[in-house]
Write a protein that binds this ligand. Structure first.
Ligand SMILES: NC(=O)c1ccc[n+]([C@@H]2O[C@H](COP(=O)([O-])OP(=O)(O)OC[C@H]3O[C@@H](n4cnc5c(N)ncnc54)[C@H](O)[C@@H]3O)[C@@H](O)[C@H]2O)c1
Length: 328
């Protein structure tokens, strides 16, 4: 008998394929069904994962009693309706970030999962990636004291591929599509956000129908402050994070070996993040553990909602020029 958790992969594009591979590597679950409306992608995923069924209509995957759980890796605007349908069908849900495009949709997902008694986990994977995971580990050890400020600079020259990613209706804009990662990480470190203020504009000659340049300032319950500079239209690329704590600071880029810890007394030291486990295996492993043990997932719907509230609040603030109180 196969004791592995049987998973339907809905959306077999770049991210779905990566998640399917990571799930297989864990050994405790398998992709039992692949689902994509694009025949070529469906066929490539079927070759990679040897599922029992390959489907173009995800409803058929949800009707399959052999399926225990779904991974949703479709374009952002589909996450909410697919998750609600999956919950109604009694399937556990792992959804890629962003959880949804607005908090109202997050609420519907959370309510549907709760009512059905299924697990809902959101793939805010940045928390588990190299330097970010290492920085959080150091902060939790207490050696730098309380963190109080985080600054993230994530700027790119990103002209857009002309697909769903350039549409605000399909992505939610720059924040849900990309920087929901950084906003979630700020809350992971600094706690509950209480307000956000943002200014944004459109400066690039690109395909995006939404603002491609934004500054946001977030205030957190314990008094901490987060600052995000996000851009798709910079002519240079830079991704840098700075975390200030009572007794020192951590600075890092994205690549291994690019993180520095600077204690109040002493020389700067490079942080070794080579012992950080594979981030996608970790998030999926935690999802499977929650299914197996009945425990709450490590990144539950409420935390996905919190990050979407920060994105939506920033969008409202950028449109009105006002500070927006959180949670929405
Ligand atoms: N965690 C991360 O760092 C990370 C990185 C990249 C993408 N993502 C997220 O993953 C999701 C997918 O992104 P991607 O890069 O794989 O996009 P993609 O365009 O490569 O793949 C999306 C797939 O969904 C399929 N699809 C669309 N409508 C469908 C439907 N009704 N039923 C079944 N399949 C359908 C498409 O045909 C496509 O194959 C997005 O929400 C994105 O934000 C997360």
């Amino acid at each position: 008998m196969d004791n592995r958790i049987q998973v339907a992969l809905i959306g077999c594009g770049g991210m779905g394929t990566k998640l399917g591979q990571s799930l297989g590597e864990l050994g405790t679950a398998r992709i039992a069904v692949c689902c994509d409306i694009d025949e070529a992608r469906l066929s490539a995923a079927s070759e990679a994962f040897s599922p029992d069924r390959a489907l173009t209509d995800y409803h058929e995957a949800l009707d399959n009693p052999a399926v225990d759980a779904v991974i949703i890796a479709t374009p952002n605007y589909l996450h909410a309706s697919m998750a609600v349908d999956a919950a109604h069908a009694g399937k556990h849900i792992f959804t890629e970030k962003p959880m949804a495009l607005c908090v109202a949709d997050c609420d519907a997902m959370i309510a549907a999962a709760r009512q059905a008694g299924v697990k809902l986990m959101v793939g805010q994977v940045l928390r588990y990636i190299g330097n970010f995971a290492k920085a959080k580990q150091i902060i939790d050890s207490g050696e730098l004291g309380k963190p109080f400020a985080i600054e993230v600079d994530r700027i790119n020259n990103s002209p857009g591929r002309g697909d769903w990613r350039t549409s605000k209706a399909k992505t939610g804009g720059m924040l849900p599509e990309v920087n929901v990662h950084e906003l979630d990480f700020m809350a992971y470190v600094l706690g509950e956000p209480v307000s956000v203020y943002a200014q944004s504009g459109h400066f690039g000659a690109n395909a995006y129908d939404f603002d491609d340049e934004l500054f946001a300032i977030v205030r957190f319950e314990g008094g901490g402050i987060g600052s995000l500079h996000a851009s798709f239209c910079a002519k240079i690329g830079r991704y840098h994070t700075k975390i200030l704590c009572e007794n020192g600071a951590i600075f890092f880029g994205h690549a291994p070996g690019e993180a520095i810890i600077q204690r109040a007394s002493g020389e700067p030291e490079t942080l070794d993040s080579s012992d950080v486990p594979d981030p996608h295996q970790r998030e999926l492993g935690e999802f499977l553990d929650a299914i197996r043990t009945g425990a709450e997932p490590k990144i539950p719907g409420e935390q996905g909602r919190r990050a979407i509230g920060m994105c939506e609040g920033a969008d409202i603030s950028a449109g009105t020029g006002q500070v927006v109180r959180l949670p929405l």
